[in-house]
Design a protein around this ligand. Structure first.
Ligand code: ADP
Length: 299
């Protein structure tokens, strides 16, 4: 089984002609409310593919929390690990202009209250999981506790987003660390002098993770481990909305790794899932089933 530990947010989206500057008010479209947050997205993406998936997260006792729980259950995610209360559900306030550029304010809300104690209390979920996947929209000490609570032999996948520098024990547990270009640059910091993704992968690997995956948008991805480097082909699609593509990629990767596939093959499958996700609007609403992924071909 796959356990996702992470955030759950309500995405509140308003389309605007122009994003407002300081002190400015603009009128926009009707408000759209979507289930989101990297943890919730990953869990839905994996479950849509057919993975047995549980989510460990925290939402508020409010309408946004119920929206998120409903979306998880509709996708078939086990929600026993979704804790309720303590603060309002996390929210992302998003304005998006006609060119697709956006401005986002995130209120972590209940996500900030997902604690190391909550992780320890979820021991039965950890014991049932061959793979545990996390991101950084929850407290870093909670992610560090996830690493300590991994069942023997189970695998840890981390997408360090939003990126920040990571403690050595967290980095050492990653197999793989999954980053996009921006995350790679932030984590490497001053060590990132190159524009070549192969160099980022090598430098990231030197920081201690067992393996690294760099996602490259329409260019596919790059896989690196002690055995070497490999490019993963992209799938050519007409991109409509790239929101949540990275979450779909990481979820698919974690699921295939849990099924015993080698990293390169799992990443190739994940690239097909990420490509399918960009062909439809939204995040969770855009995620394909395994059958829909079968209809795509690398090229
Ligand atoms: P993020 O969403 O975190 O910024 P990327 O943009 O790298 O991450 O996308 C994650 C994965 O989704 C890519 O590795 C690729 O497999 C797929 N993907 C994203 N954008 C496209 C695209 N325009 N065409 C095809 N595949 C894409």
């Amino acid at each position: 089984d796959l356990l996702v530990v992470g955030s759950a947010n309500a995405d509140l989206v308003i389309a605007v002609e122009r994003r407002p500057g300081a002190g400015e008010t603009v009128l926009g479209s009707d408000l759209a409310v979507h289930p989101g947050g990297k943890g919730a997205n990953q869990a839905v993406a994996a479950a849509r593919l057919g993975a047995r998936t549980a989510l460990l997260a925290r939402v508020g006792a409010d309408d946004h929390g119920r929206l998120l729980l409903d979306a998880q259950r509709a996708a078939g995610v086990d929600t026993v690990g979704v804790l309720v209360g303590g603060a309002p559900t996390g929210v992302a306030l998003i304005t998006v202009d006609p060119s697709g550029d956006n401005s986002i304010v995130v209120s972590p809300g209940a996500n900030a209250l997902l604690t190391p104690a909550d992780v320890r209390a979820a021991a039965s979920l950890f014991h049932a999981s061959q793979v545990v996947s996390a991101q950084l929209e929850i407290p870093l000490e909670t992610v560090a506790e996830v690493v300590r609570c991994l069942a023997p032999g189970s695998r840890f996948v981390l997408n360090p987003s939003p990126p920040r520098s990571l403690p050595g024990d967290v980095l050492a547990a990653c197999d793989p660390l999954v980053v996009n270009e921006h995350e790679a640059r932030v984590i490497l910091g001053e060590a990132c002098v190159s524009d070549v993704p192969e160099d980022w992968a090598r430098l990231l690997l030197a920081k201690g993770p067992r393996s690294v995956v760099v996602t490259l948008g329409a260019e596919g991805a790059l896989v690196a481990s002690r055995e070497g480097l490999a490019r993963v082909p992209s799938v050519r699609v007409a991109a409509v909305d790239t929101t949540g593509a990275g979450d779909a990629f990481t979820a698919a990767l974690a699921w295939r790794l849990g099924a015993g596939e080698p990293l390169t093959r799992a990443a190739a499958y994940a690239a097909r899932v990420g490509a399918a996700a960009v062909t439809r609007a939204g995040a969770q609403e855009s995620y394909p089933t395994a059958g829909e992924v079968e209809g795509t071909a690398a090229g």
